[in-house]
Design a protein around this ligand. Structure first.
Ligand code: FES
Length: 584
């Protein structure tokens, strides 16, 4: 049996997630204070039951130590602080957390474990109920929470599902600490009002403060010992980095990285290729901040004057995930000892053509979408004899008709190739809605093309005939092209299949062919609709046959999307969703 390899990245991630779960539940506990002190104390019992037992304590403090140690190691490995601000902030927050947490931990868990001092809300909030203490507590909460949220954001932001929930998660990320502080304030106000009654205070509050002055002094001494120890750790870290750098300089061991365009950067051995780029101010994409996760820093090794170090486990996994060919390496992980020439493979580019508020897909994101292809039938023969400006005129009328229909139904007509148009649905919608939008757009296009054809024939032009193919599934959406010539597009099997289905419309003599995936996602009932048939087809690039619906009457799609029929499907599948508004 092969034992799975656990990488440093995985350990760091797991420990971070344990700590995040702790902070999340801790803040959630505070929010109960918005209701009352008693509600917060009740919720605290559940919180302590979860986290204050031997198993949780082991994992929590183990995660704290491991995460902190790996954080220090990551700082040590850095050869330059020329890093993006977001990485600098994340690092600074991480280093500040132990100091900010110290007072709180000392007065709660440590006082409880050593002297049995209760850390109930009544005692802790009463202790902190002074402006300076409260502000310090709020700063600590903000820094810890921001560090965790930034880490999660960097981890998740290029997952296909993330953009859909990003706004919701952002609201949660702001609301939770806000409510936690409100809970803290609310408990404090309640205590102040109750404490006006001297008898209540003597009965309920006074017994909570059991620490003797000697015990308090001991805790204070422990706090300053920790501060010194922490200062020594940070000093040791800086010292180790200085000594390492000095030794590297003494050894005069350098290597030079050559970039396209004649740039060359010489740096001491130990630098990564990404750090060499950063030192020289050469733009080098690094979405995950050099953690070996995202692969955007990848370079092709054009040549190397010596043997390069073999990829570590983290790098191997990332390269395997993207199916990187030989000679492709992650610049953030590669620390060569010989001169080499590299070609960065992901260019840092200014996003183009992105609507305000739309998700940044410039680096590429995976998303489940519907892809619609439309193409004109027999256009080459029909357009013969057109003068150039007539050709441009009629094609642009057609592009406008299709583009507007796509847009009205929530899609983006992103590519106009010859007499074909590709449209993406679902950049901002879930797959079900995206498929309904694509179907509604097909019906809309059909209607508008009929209108356009009437006008064209009236003006002496030939009418258009067209075929539409629609498929749905996972694609990568990004900005494709180079330098300023970039366009939003999609890549993947779904795109190829949609294009192929469009071609099949000729064989079926039908204006629309859609895959069964589209029908299933859209949850529309096409059974028994006149003008809609089924077929099983072979599509290039797929090993199995594909079930498709051949639509001879596109209006039949409008009927399938009619609210009444959707209602029926919804009842049958017990699903609730908003019906697609039919165009026109
Ligand atoms: S920066 Fe993300 S893998 Fe290198």
């Amino acid at each position: 049996m092969q034992i799975p390899t656990i990488t440093i990245r995985q350990v760091r991630l797991t420990s971070g997630l344990i700590l995040f779960a702790y902070v999340f539940t801790h803040l959630a506990n505070h929010t109960a204070g918005v209701i009352s002190l008693q509600a917060a104390e009740e919720a605290r019992r559940v919180f302590l039951g979860t986290w204050r037992n031997p198993v949780s304590t082991f994992f929590l403090y183990g995660a704290l130590l491991v995460h902190f140690a790996l954080g220090l190691y990551a700082v040590y490995r850095r050869r330059t602080l020329r890093i993006p601000v977001r990485e600098l902030v994340q690092m600074a927050f991480g280093l500040a957390i132990p100091l900010l947490l110290l007072d709180h931990v000392k007065n709660t868990r440590v006082a409880f474990e050593l002297y049995g001092q209760t850390d109930s809300y009544a005692r802790v909030v009463w202790n902190l109920w002074q402006p300076a203490q409260g502000l310090r507590q709020a700063a600590m909460l903000g820094v810890v929470w921001a560090h965790g949220c930034l880490g999660l954001h960097f981890l998740l932001r290029y997952r296909g599902w993330y953009p859909r929930y990003r706004t919701l998660l952002l609201v949660l990320a702001i609301a939770l600490p806000g409510l936690a502080l409100l809970g803290f304030w609310s408990i404090g106000r309640e205590l102040v009002l109750l404490a006006r009654d001297r008898m209540w205070f003597d009965e309920h509050m006074a017994p909570l403060f059991t620490l003797t002055s000697r015990e308090r002094d001991t805790l204070k001494a422990m706090e300053s010992a920790f501060e010194w120890a922490y200062a020594c750790v940070l000093g040791g870290l800086v010292g180790a980095m200085v000594i390492r750098n000095a030794m590297e300089r003494l050894r005069r061991a350098h290597f030079t990285v050559h970039y396209p365009g004649g740039h060359a950067v010489t740096v001491p051995q130990g630098f990564s290729v990404l750090e060499a780029s950063r030192m020289a101010g050469i733009p080098h994409t690094s979405v995950c901040g050099g953690r070996g996760r995202c692969s955007t820093c990848r370079v092709r090794i054009a040549s190397a004057a010596g043997e390069l170090p073999r990829p570590g486990t983290d790098e191997q996994r990332t390269l395997a995930r993207i199916g990187a060919p030989e000679k492709v390496r992650l610049a953030c992980q590669l620390r060569p000892s010989a001169d080499l020439a590299v070609v960065p493979l992901v260019e840092l580019a200014r996003p183009v053509g992105r609507a305000e508020g739309a998700v940044d897909v410039s680096f590429g994101v995976e998303r489940e979408v519907a892809i619609l292809f439309i193409d004109l039938r027999g256009w080459t023969g029909r357009s013969e004899g057109y003068l150039p400006f007539d050709l441009v005129y009629v094609l642009n009328r057609y592009f406008e008709t299709v583009g507007m229909a796509v847009r009205r139904n929530g899609g983006i007509a992103n590519q106009f190739i010859g007499d074909g148009v590709m449209a993406i649905f679902g950049q901002e919608a879930d797959p079900r809605r995206a498929c309904r939008q694509a179907l509604a757009a097909a019906a809309d296009i059909s209607r508008e093309m009929a209108r356009l054809n009437q006008g064209l024939e009236r003006d002496g032009f030939k009418a258009f005939d067209f075929g539409i193919g629609i498929d749905a599934g996972r694609v990568v959406i990004g900005e494709f092209g180079y330098k300023d010539v970039r366009t939003l597009s999609a890549a993947g099997n779904t795109v190829n299949t949609a294009s192929r289905l469009q071609e099949l419309t000729k064989e079926f003599h039908a204006p629309l062919v859609l895959s069964s995936a589209v029908r299933e996602y859209a949850a529309v009932d096409l059974s028994g609709i006149e003008g809609v048939g089924r077929a099983s087809v072979r599509v290039r690039g797929r090993t199995t046959a594909l079930e498709v619906h051949v639509v001879r009457e596109i209006e039949a799609i409008a009927a399938a999307l009619s609210p009444g029929r959707l209602e029926k499907v919804r009842l049958e599948t017990n699903e609730r969703d908003e019906a697609v508004a039919l165009p026109g």
